[in-house]
Design a protein around this ligand. Structure first.
Ligand code: SF4
Length: 219
């Protein structure tokens, strides 16, 4: 029976024979060249199913194990799809790049978060979402770390998720600049990793206590 191959970003599928990979698409922004390349790879390796994921990526399903290395090479990407216990690629709404309601550059913020933290090991998977305004199209309140743009900067929520036990994230800080967001996420990750408690961020905070978590992380 086959198993996941994390170093190749490959998840074994229901048939227990073939694999799925998810090419890295930072900020959910694609161009025609990237789409053509993904489509060409799908044709070449007989990928039967391509799926737009909830994190604004494109998963390719039904890849043979012996083709995995060639698929990544043809995509021009380093193998690995950020699966398992790590920081996943941030999900962003379109934000002030195009949306008239946007206060902040959610795509740019998501890309910057990815540059710093995507793939960093964590006790459990950690999802981040970035929304350019309080309408929260990025679903920031139900991610382990959620950002919401306002006229005064960013609000940062922690502990949300929409998993087995859904949780709404709690407000940790507001009026943050871009640099302050990056720094605070770094502190959260350091603290989360240092405790060694293998729970999603929301359950981890519940165990620690939100007051203690806030004091420890915010100093
Ligand atoms: S969250 Fe706000 S900025 Fe982002 S797409 Fe929705 S309305 Fe636009």
């Amino acid at each position: 029976m086959k198993e996941n191959i994390p170093e190749k970003g490959a998840s074994v599928q229901k048939d227990m024979e073939t694999y799925a990979i998810i090419p890295y698409i930072s900020g959910g922004i694609v161009d025609s060249t990237m789409l053509r390349k993904i489509a060409d790879v799908a044709d070449k390796y007989d990928v039967k199913i391509m799926k737009l994921t909830s994190e604004a990526r494109i998963s390719l399903h039904g890849i043979k194990e012996e083709d995995l290395d060639d698929v990544w090479e043809d995509l021009g990407m380093t193998p690995g799809g950020h699966i398992g216990k790590c920081v996943r690629p941030a999900k962003s709404c379109i934000g002030d790049m195009c949306c008239k309601k946007g206060y902040q550059d959610s795509v740019g913020m998501g890309k910057r978060i990815n540059e710093f933290y995507c793939g960093v090991s964590t006790p459990r998977k950690l999802k981040i979402a970035v929304s350019g305004c309080p309408n929260s199209c990025g679903e920031s309140a139900v991610r382990d770390i959620g950002l919401i743009g306002t006229g005064k900067g960013w609000k940062l929520l922690v502990g949300g998720n929409c998993g087995i036990k859904p949780r709404i994230g709690k407000l940790l800080a507001k009026n943050l600049s871009d640099d302050e967001v990056i720094a605070l996420i770094g502190k959260i990750l350091d603290y989360y990793n240092a405790q060694g408690i293998e729970k999603r961020v929301g359950a981890f905070i519940e165990k620690i206590g939100f007051e203690k978590f806030s004091q420890d992380v915010l100093g």
